[in-house]
Design a protein around this ligand. Sequence first.
Ligand SMILES: [Zn+2]
Length: 268
Amino acid sequence: MPMCTSSPGRCANPDAEDVFARAKEEDLLKIMDRYQIHRAVIMPFNDPFLLSMDFTVEAVHRNLEAICAAHLGRFVFFADVDIRNSPTETADACRKALQSPWCRGIKIHPANTGMAIDDPYLDPLLSMAEQAGVPVAFHSYPNRPLRDECAPGRIGTVLDRHPKLTAIVCHLGAFQWRHAAKLNAYFDLSAFLPDCVRKRGLEACSMMLRAFPVDRLLFGTDWPCSRSCLPEEIYPRTFEILHQMDFTEEEIHQIAYGNAARLLWGER
Ligand SMILES: [Zn+2]
């Protein structure tokens, strides 16, 4: 099964906690080859101290582009945001990054910046993305009640302001997934299925996944790591679970590859 997934990047910071985040691109390519992952998305963290040694968003974009250019056809990347810059500078930096043939979206990470998804700071950036038809991935893993800065309800507020925006709700909005499922968006399941099934059981997780349109589900384009599996166990276990959940082969192909290939690589 070919797959699209993410690599969180060549992390300059050795404190990163996961094998995917620590890996250099040669290691990532080995992992990708082992699991038939044809292509991966490199996601930034909205933290220039992790992905560059110049600590600027421009340096992050240069680094990510260099990885994509060195391994043609294997990686694309999402543009980064540095909220130390003005709203206009942020929109301009992303517009410039998007001129790269390998830049396919923009990543917003409110848990790292502390800035809420619907903060007006992001409006110039989101207007630009809306007009350009560029997907914007929102980290959405709230661990507080509804007003958490990355709550999926805030993505709803953003979509009210920017109705043509292509939004990706990462982590399905976590325990607020019912709010996420109402949105007109794409939904990234990260690699949380093994953990979800262990904690909540197959039936409850299946019910949750079926609340989302199957042609909008993406596997692991945001965060391919798991708390309950070794890295090499994540893919076999995830697809074992999807088969147990009575998804058809065609639906599993959509989740693992087809939806991401359509959204990020423009394939039919
Ligand atoms: Zn995330």
